[in-house]
Ligand binder design. Structure first.
Ligand code: AMP
Length: 112
C-alpha cells in the first residue's frame, strides 16, 4: 500500500478536487506549477507496466476525466501537460499509477 491509498482511505489529508467510485484527484503536495493535480485510479496499480487488459475501461475513464479536471482548475483553454512517470529513469517516486496534470504557466519542453 502506498501513500496514495492512504489518501483514498482518508488516512492522511489531501486537497481533493474530484472523486468518483473509480478515481480520485488531489493537489500535489509539492507543486511544480500554479496548478499541479494528481489523478489516480482507486485500484492499486503500481506502474503502467502493470496494466492489464481488464484495466482498459478504467484507464480510458481516467483520460476522459483529465479535460474535466483541467477545466475545473481553469487551465483547459490555455493548456496544460499530462505526465505519467514510470519507474526509476522517469523518477517515479510513488508506486501507484498517477497522471500529473500541470498548468497555470507556460511549460518548457523537452523535459530534462
Ligand atoms: P512521481 O514522481 O511521478 O511518482 O510523482 C509523485 C508525486 O506525488 C510527486 O509530485 C509528489 O510531490 C506527490 N506526492 C507525494 N506525497 C504526496 C501527498 N501526501 N499528497 C500529495 N501529493 C504527494
Amino acid at each position: 500500500m502506498t501513500i496514495f491509498t492512504k489518501i483514498i482511505n482518508r488516512e492522511i489529508p489531501a486537497q481533493i478536487v474530484y472523486e468518483d467510485d473509480r478515481a480520485l484527484a488531489f493537489r500535489d503536495v509539492n507543486p511544480q506549477a500554479p496548478v499541479h493535480i494528481l489523478l489516480i485510479p482507486k485500484k492499486e496499480i503500481p506502474t503502467l507496466n502493470d496494466l492489464e487488459q481488464a484495466d482498459t475501461s478504467l484507464m480510458g475513464h481516467l483520460m476522459t476525466l483529465v479535460p474535466k479536471i483541467a477545466a475545473d482548475a481553469g487551465i483547459a483553454e490555455k493548456g496544460y501537460r499530462t505526465v505519467i512517470n514510470t519507474n526509476a529513469h522517469a523518477g517515479q517516486t510513488v508506486s501507484h499509477v498517477h497522471i500529473h496534470i500541470i498548468g497555470g504557466r507556460a511549460l518548457s519542453w523537452p523535459p530534462g
